[in-house]
Design a protein around this ligand. Structure first.
Ligand SMILES: Nc1ncnc2c1ncn2[C@@H]1O[C@H](COP(=O)(O)OP(=O)(O)OP(=O)(O)O)[C@@H](O)[C@H]1O
Ligand SMILES: O=P(O)(O)O[C@H]1[C@H](OP(=O)(O)O)[C@@H](OP(=O)(O)O)[C@@H](O)[C@@H](O)[C@@H]1OP(=O)(O)O
Ligand SMILES: [Mg+2]
Ligand SMILES: [Mg+2]
Length: 345
């Protein structure tokens, strides 16, 4: 008997992402549940491809945005995962975390926020020192732009005002917060939320800060130092990434509340965020980074999570905020299939 065709998802991903995410194990499981994953051909315009019930993408640029628009015009019922306008908020490290500051989670003993940070756009402001006066050193200097380029991941731990002139604006200066050398990565796939531990920067004591010979230390992607391609043995990889230490995970209900809040506020379904626990106040958590379409394949059992999500999507159940333009009013399809009207999008 022929297999029932349930849905076709076109994926448009950079080669590195495609290699890590599109695994046979995912294709097979998805297919067994009626979901076909088809690669979008980058040499043909998107609107001329398909039919796709959904387009899954992590590509940048105006041309790609235009292609998505043309595709949507031609296929108004297709779902774009996620809307490029919603993803763009994550391309700037200030707008990325603004949404956290606006979020409220009630009735919990734990609190959350973001580290103190400022943005510096030019060399003059950087060297006059006034702007950074309010910050406690050490600070982490991060490129303002987070566009997925290697450059956008280049960070520096800066120990003194004097070292700031070595940096290239535009940058964000964020206070370094001691957190026991462990970071929590929270992977969100629609309603599914999974928190894992990773290695982070070690704590910096006052003595250590005074004793450093360099006043600036550069680093890049500390929590993602190896990738699967360079490690043959999958178990070893997981051991290394989710290294076994005694650090307790944050309460799952708390993390789920933040994840759901972020998901609704940002209108995104596929992202992760990095959380650290402030060593000075054990119940205080700080969100330091949000990434669109992260390395889901690093999450054990990602095939099931993603396939469940795709199936729910096809049934129109799980994408809470599947935004569709209807004249000037935006239609939001809610989880229970009902509709809300929202003019603020
Ligand atoms: N405010 C902070 N206090 C302490 N450590 C921090 C802080 N900000 C960043 N870090 C450390 O630096 C690392 C890189 O920072 P961040 O996550 O912002 O960069 P990124 O390049 O966007 O990371 P990713 O690879 O997750 O996209 C974090 O994983 C964490 O170990
Ligand atoms: O490298 P991986 O695929 O595992 O995923 C990483 C992803 O790289 P990509 O470029 O391949 O998407 C990064 O995206 P960009 O910021 O560079 O856009 C960022 O999201 C990291 O946080 C992800 O690592 P994770 O947070 O899951 O550890
Ligand atoms: Mg990060
Ligand atoms: Mg990031």
């Amino acid at each position: 008997m022929a297999e029932k065709r349930f849905g076709v998802i076109g994926y448009a991903l950079a080669p590195k992402k495609q290699n890590s995410f599109i695994r046979d194990s995912l294709l097979t499981l998805a297919k067994s549940r009626g979901i076909e994953l088809v690669r979008v051909d980058s040499n043909v315009s998107l609107a001329d491809q398909g039919p796709f019930d959904c387009v899954l993408h992590k590509l940048y640029g105006d041309d790609w945005k235009r292609q998505l628009q043309d595709f949507k015009t031609k296929n108004p019922n297709a779902v774009i995962l996620d809307a490029p306008e919603a993803i763009e908020r994550l391309h700037n490290r200030i707008s990325m975390l603004q949404v956290v500051s606006e979020l409220r989670v009630d009735d919990r003993t734990e609190t959350f926020g973001i580290p103190k940070q400022i943005v510096i756009y030019d060399k003059e402001t950087l060297s006059d020192g006034q702007a950074s006066e309010s910050l406690k050193f050490p600070v982490i200097a991060k490129p303002l732009v987070a566009d997925g380029s290697a450059k956008s991941h280049k960070m520096a731990l800066v120990f003194s005002h004097g070292a700031l002139n070595k940096l290239k604006p535009p940058i964000v200066l964020q206070e370094f917060v001691n957190h026991g050398g462990v970071i929590f990565k929270v992977y969100v796939v629609g309603e599914h939320v999974r928190c894992v531990k990773r290695k982070s920067l070690p704590d910096v004591s006052e003595e250590k800060a005074l004793g450093v010979s360099e006043d600036l230390l550069s680093f890049s992607q500390v929590s993602n130092l190896a990738n699967r391609d360079s490690v043959d043995d999958e178990d070893k990889y997981y051991q290394m990434m989710n290294f076994d230490d005694t650090t307790e995970l944050p309460p799952q209900a708390f993390i789920v509340d933040i994840a759901s809040g972020l998901r609704r506020a940002m209108k995104l379904n596929l992202f992760n965020f990095d959380v650290i626990r402030d060593s000075r106040h054990g119940n205080r958590y700080l969100i330091i980074d949000i990434n669109y379409f992260p390395g889901y394949a690093k999450m054990p059992g990602y095939e099931t999570v993603l396939t469940d999500f795709f199936c729910d999507l096809m049934n129109n159940k799980q994408v809470d905020e599947n935004v569709e333009e209807e004249g000037n009013v935006t239609k939001i399809v809610t989880g229970d299939g009902g509709e809300e009207k929202d003019e603020s999008v």
